[in-house]
Design a protein around this ligand. Structure first.
Ligand code: NAP
Length: 271
């Protein structure tokens, strides 16, 4: 029987790279999301079982709504699908109302009778080029509630390769891996590296949490989302995300991708 692997969030930053890494390893992949050929919507439970059915393992990014996590894991359990869950570094030390969906997903996965692996990732390097911070970098002014606490930003390609490895092997069942870049750098250093590679000035403006909250609300984010995002930066400032690990290099047998290499490959995102 073909072993088919379900990838949720298959159009996203990690998911699309997990799809590619699995295909490169010769696996049969079922790519799913709201806009994929295989439709999967966290807010429409009728899409879950058809996506899971007949697969042997699944790459899961947590739902935004914590209430969706346990019912989904129960369906995966009924189908006997191994789960590889993307989570966040130091989640145990982060309050439950920050990343509530991720807390609920980890709890449900750990409590299940399924084989599982949890990938706790640092902030992605690609947040600068494919998400949250891209617009600020392009505009030459990135304004965030950060300080001088360093962070080992992790390249999502490394996450994807680790995910593909653990999805296709039972050797990692029951493990929680902390995926980081090879070295922690400050936001000043990260922005200076991007600035230098681009050949134009990108300013880093350090906001207070209140200033950042006001900015987010003025951009139309909800109070809840503003609180959640601020909670993430608070975890960063406390140093909860500051320590690199060697999990990526141990698992992949090569060094984790460093920030300079990431920047060199991402320049088009800021032009
Ligand atoms: N950014 C970071 O630094 C960081 C660090 C650690 C952990 N994480 C975690 O990583 C996860 C995000 O992963 P990512 O960055 O790879 O994804 P992403 O780039 O944010 O893309 C989201 C993916 O989820 C799909 N999606 C969105 N809403 C959905 C819904 N209601 N139902 C089903 N699918 C939905 C999207 O596709 P469609 O629009 O087609 O549905 C897309 O494929 C989050 O749980 C985040 O907390 C992020």
């Amino acid at each position: 029987m073909t072993q088919e692997i379900l990838v949720l969030g298959a159009t996203g930053k990690t998911g699309r790279r997990v799809v590619d890494a699995l295909k490169a390893a010769g696996a049969t992949v079922r790519a799913a999301s709201r806009s994929s050929a295989v439709r999967f919507d966290w807010s429409d439970e009728s899409t879950w079982q058809p996506a899971l059915s007949g697969t042997t393992a699944a790459y899961v990014i947590a739902p935004h709504d914590p209430a969706a996590a346990a019912p989904f894991v129960a369906q995966a359990e009924a189908s006997g699908v191994r789960l590889v869950l993307l989570s966040g570094k130091a989640l145990d030390e982060i309050p439950n109302d920050v990343f509530a969906g991720m807390h609920a997903a980890e709890a449900a996965v750990r409590a299940s009778g399924l084989p599982w692996t949890i990938l706790r990732a640092n902030n992605f390097a690609q947040n600068f080029s494919e998400e949250l911070w891209q617009q600020g970098v392009r505009a030459g002014r990135l304004a965030l509630p950060v300080d001088d606490t360093p962070e080992p930003f992790v390249d999502v390609q490394d996450i994807a390769e680790v995910a593909a490895l653990v999805l296709t092997s039972e050797d990692h069942d029951g493990q929680t891996y902390n995926l980081t870049g090879p070295a922690a750098i400050t936001f000043d250093t990260a922005v200076a590296k991007i600035s230098s590679a681009l050949g134009r000035t990108v300013e880093l403006v350090k906001l207070t949490p209140d200033e950042y909250r006001e900015t987010l609300l003025s951009e139309g984010l909800s109070e809840n989302d503003a609180t959640e995002l601020n909670g993430m930066y608070e975890a960063m400032r406390k140093g909860l995300l500051a320590t690199p690990t060697d999990d990526v290099s141990r698992l992949l047998g090569r060094e984790a991708t460093d920030f300079d290499t990431y920047v060199a490959g991402a320049l088009d995102a800021w032009r």
